[in-house]
Design a protein around this ligand. Structure first.
Ligand code: XUL
Ligand code: CO
Length: 444
């Protein structure tokens, strides 16, 4: 059990603490750009980025895919009692996170503790692992960015959880989320995420959509009420994803989610957790999703990853594209940052990268890509060239007519009168897309 097991040997022998060595280092187990203490816009990089490791991919990912068996070499994965394995894995996780130097992690209840034969056995497994997580958090200073519940793997959730056609499945999911909130609270979690694993449909003929979406809202209200009851003040997040595993998920994209939250009176309690690969599946750019959430006041946290342009599913690869991370960080800075959210690597090493050291390469690359994105975005903001071009494009809105329209003192009638006199609008000006893109490239 917990405190009584013999200490496990190092899981990553020979891998030292990862340090910032600067862009010219030859050491691939070092940061070239992520310098946690370096100030950007007056704040340390660590506070802008609030990096988190995703327990499910990094410590539970096996490398299996729809065509093949697990490939990951994880020497610490014992074949003993599942709870013992879960306890040992906590040691591995904290060794990894301490060596990497991240401040946060995220988990689903069932990633950290095995499901038991009954709900009460599952609860007690989770309690045991939670106490170990708590001890490791206290010893290392690493914090929980957010917790969540896995409401999609177990066959009971075949038709969804909060949107299941069966009331007792809804009730079971409620019991599971109640417990997940308890442990997130116990661990001082800064947030709690809802991602609708199977909250959607495969066939509209057998689906009462109105009823299902009403139930989802009821479920989230129960969570908000329970959080208040236990004094959990962490931020709730809704994570959009348009499809996969269902063909349509009710949390399709930011616009859909925000409409849902407002329709059901949840808008004061829930913000968005936005994931790059999910934006891609929705037919949006990540920057679009961030901008949409930001302009509506719903920007909360991000799941950092990327898809593959030639593979159609949610491949959740580590982000290495600096253009992408620059777009992300530019928009995040524009809307005042992420805290209490952060940058959670909801990303997995690819099936072919099966050695433990690959977990380090993957996270180091992702962290450096975000650090680069952050510094480039800050340079763009300091310089102001893009902002100036943008202001020029909208300059007519600062003219007397533009100001009168924006302030609400014009009507269709008054505008018709004005245009009948003028006869034609001023000549349109070029959008200068290539110029914008060229200016952006000057920062790289
Ligand atoms: C699935 C996904 C989830 C959520 C948390 O695509 O992104 O792991 O981030 O449930
Ligand atoms: Co995610």
């Amino acid at each position: 059990m917990a405190g009584t097991s013999t200490p496990t040997p190092e899981a990553f022998p020979g891998i030292p603490k990862i340090r910032f060595e600067g862009p010219t280092t030859k050491n691939m187990l070092a940061f070239r750009h992520y310098n946690a203490d370096a100030l950007v816009e007056g704040r340390p990089m660590r506070d802008h980025l609030r990096f988190a490791v995703a327990y499910w991919h990094t410590f539970r990912g096996t490398g299996s895919d729809p065509f093949g068996a697990p490939t990951m070499l994880r020497p610490w994965e014992t074949h003993g009692n599942v709870l013992t394995a879960a306890m040992d894995r906590v040691e591995v996780a904290f060794e990894f996170m301490e060596k990497l130097g991240v401040g946060f992690y995220c988990f689903h209840d069932r990633d950290v503790a095995p499901e038991g034969n009954t709900l009460s056995e599952s609860h007690s497994h989770l309690d045991a692992v939670t106490e170990s997580l708590k001890r490791h958090q206290d010893a290392s200073g690493i914090q929980l960015l957010w917790g969540t519940a896995n409401l999609f793997s177990n066959p009971r959730y075949v038709h969804g959880a909060a949107t299941s056609p069966q009331a007792d499945v809804f009730a079971y999911a409620a019991a599971q989320v109640k417990k997940a909130l308890d442990v997130t609270h116990r661990l001082g979690g800064a947030g709690y995420v809802f991602w609708g694993g199977r909250e959607g449909y495969q066939c509209l003929w057998n689906t009462d959509m109105k009823r299902e979406v009403d139930h989802l809202a009821k479920f989230m209200h129960m969570a908000v009420d329970y959080a208040k009851e236990i004094g959990f003040t962490g931020q709730f997040y809704f994570e959009p994803k348009p499809r996969e595993p269902t063909k349509h998920q009710y949390d399709f994209d930011c616009a859909t989610c925000i409409n849902f939250l407002r329709t059901y009176g949840l808008e004061k309690h829930v913000k968005m957790n936005i994931e790059t690969n999910h934006a891609t599946l929705a037919g949006h750019e990540m920057q679009h999703e961030l901008e949409y959430a930001g302009m509506q006041g719903f920007l909360g946290s991000i799941d950092a990853n990327t898809g593959d342009p030639l593979v159609g599913w949610d491949t959740d690869q580590f982000p290495t594209n600096i253009y992408l991370t620059t777009q992300i960080m530019y928009t995040i800075l524009k809307y005042g940052g992420l805290a209490p959210g952060g940058v959670n690597f909801d990303a997995k090493v690819r099936r072919e990268s099966f050695e433990p050291v690959d977990l380090f390469y993957a996270h180091i690359g992702g962290m450096d890509a975000f650090a680069r994105g952050l510094t480039i975005a800050a340079a763009m903001r300091a310089d102001g060239a893009i902002q100036k071009l943008l202001e020029e494009r909208y300059a007519s809105w600062s003219s007397p007519l533009g100001k009168r329209i924006e302030s609400g003192s014009e009507t269709f009638r008054s505008l018709e009168k004005e245009m009948l006199v003028k006869g034609e609008a001023d000549a349109c000006r070029s959008g200068r897309q290539e110029l914008f893109e060229n200016v952006i490239n000057t920062y790289f």
